[in-house]
Design a protein around this ligand. Structure first.
Ligand SMILES: [Zn+2]
Length: 216
């Protein structure tokens, strides 16, 4: 198998391209799909689909499935003010994901929409050594700085392709050793996101590829 060049840290789509090491993400409504995926994959209880009535069943699934060696990360998990149950419930489940990631010794992929203060509070409270990646990051530099100081990683997606976007500015301000790239559920291939990212940083593509690594 050829050595993959590109890391797609968060995608919901299947990529047959051997030059891409893609971490496909599955949630609690995709248990069958996750079971049949050869990996690498990430699994978590997505905040959109959290339901108190299903929690016990879903959590049992997550605990068991997350022990598979093909599961390289826990998530996506996190907080969403616009969708899903009330935030206090989301926070409780997010914290449980952090503890599970610690137990499994796997990084965490985080989804956050308009709940940055709550997210910061839970992460501070957890005081966890587990690496955490804020996926689909497109917030301003002050948010970037706050989470950089907490030791977090940032994943940038198709928003990098929009000239003058907040994502472009944040990406240029982020240290490269804290950065990943992703396609999420979009149609832009990871190669074009890498190419744009290299241009934005004034780097050659191979140089950028060389500098983005998954966790050991
Ligand atoms: Zn996603």
């Amino acid at each position: 198998m050829p050595h993959p060049l590109y890391i797609d840290i968060h995608t919901h789509l299947f990529s047959p391209d051997p030059s891409v090491w893609a971490v496909r993400s599955f949630h609690q409504q995709e248990k069958q799909e996750a079971a049949h995926d050869a990996g690498p994959l990430s699994i978590g209880l997505h905040p959109w689909f959290l339901e108190a009535a299903n929690l016990e069943n879903d959590w049992t699934w997550l605990e068991k499935e997350s022990a598979r060696s093909e599961v390289v990360a826990i998530g996506e998990t996190g907080l969403d003010r616009m969708q899903g149950p009330d935030l206090s419930f989301q926070e409780e489940i997010f914290l449980r994901h952090i503890r599970l990631a610690e137990a499994r010794n796997k990084p965490l992929i985080i989804h956050c929409v308009r709940a940055w203060e709550e997210l910061e509070r839970v992460i501070r409270q957890a005081n966890s050594p587990v690496p955490m990646v804020l996926h689909g990051f497109q917030k301003k530099e002050d948010v970037l700085e706050r989470f950089l100081s907490l030791g977090l990683y940032f994943s940038f997606g198709a928003a990098l392709l929009r000239e003058g976007s907040t994502a472009q500015k944040a990406f240029c301000a982020a240290p490269l050793n804290r950065v990943f790239l992703e396609t999420d559920d979009g149609t832009h291939p990871i190669q074009s996101i890498y190419e744009k990212a290299a241009t934005l940083r004034g780097m050659e593509l191979p140089e950028l590829i060389e500098q983005i690594h998954f966790f050991n």
